[in-house]
Design a protein around this ligand. Structure first.
Ligand code: GTB
Length: 216
């Protein structure tokens, strides 16, 4: 039995691959592990059956035999640890790749999500115009640091790893913000991630869900 993940039945991003099942799908595609997807509605996510898998009533989840996991970072790390292809064999390089996964999730993602949330939900608020530049500048700080770190390298630390997979999915949230264009090295890095065949397969799979849901 292949592992089963959960994803939005009807993703609010309209198939742009922004929901966090995308990183799990991408990891599974990178390692060549087939998987099943159980689509869940917003209502089902808050029902007891799903809460038993995910205490916060969210997607993605991952089930494989008697193992059930939540949190996209934990799921991608689990996949990377159990298959070849997403973590280096050398122990130190492996630890550094995992450090980049944490950096993506705990250092880079928070200011990006805060900006995205403000752009989605605060546009009509009196404080929006004043707050927006501050939120954008917080993201610019991280993009500048990443740009400096990348220099002319293709990936964050040697060969492509789960650290890059996580970082690219985090940075993609900026795709419509215009901010990535200010940092060509980071924009090119995201482009390299998106060009990987495994990314394309994962993207097409989640887009197919949206297209099927919106068909009359
Ligand atoms: N830290 C958790 C993880 O990494 O797995 C966060 C999981 C999470 O935020 N899940 C979201 C969810 O289930 C979907 S991905 N939300 C429903 C709820 O909380 O009730 C977040 C997301 C949703 C939509 C867009 N979008 O439309 O662009 C982008 C990201």
């Amino acid at each position: 039995m292949p592992p089963t993940i959960t994803a939005f039945e009807n993703s609010p991003d309209r198939g742009r691959g922004q929901a966090r099942d995308m990183r799990v799908r991408w990891a599974l595609e990178e390692v060549g592990q087939p998987y099943d997807v159980r689509l869940v509605s917003f209502e089902a996510m808050k029902a007891p059956a799903h809460l038993a898998l995910h205490p916060f009533g969210q997607i993605p989840t991952y089930e494989d035999g008697d193992l059930a996991l939540f949190e996209s970072g934990a799921i991608v790390l689990h996949i990377a640890e159990r298959h070849d292809g997403l973590l280096p064999k050398d122990a130190n390089a492996r630890s550094r790749a995992i450090a980049w996964m944490f950096a993506a999730l705990s250092t880079v993602e928070p200011p990006i999500v805060e900006l995205a949330m403000a752009m989605l939900f605060e546009r009509d608020k009196s404080w929006y115009a004043e707050r927006l530049p501050m939120l954008q500048d917080r993201v610019r700080v991280r993009l500048g640091e990443l740009s400096r770190h990348l220099g002319s390298a293709d990936w964050l630390d040697g060969t492509f790893s789960a650290g890059d997979l996580m970082m690219v999915t985090v940075l993609r949230r900026l795709n419509t913000s215009g901010l990535l264009d200010e940092y060509p090295a980071v924009a090119a890095y995201v482009g390299r991630g998106e060009a990987r065949p495994a990314f394309r397969r994962a993207f097409d799979a989640q887009l197919a869900v949206f297209n099927a849901a919106s068909r009359p």
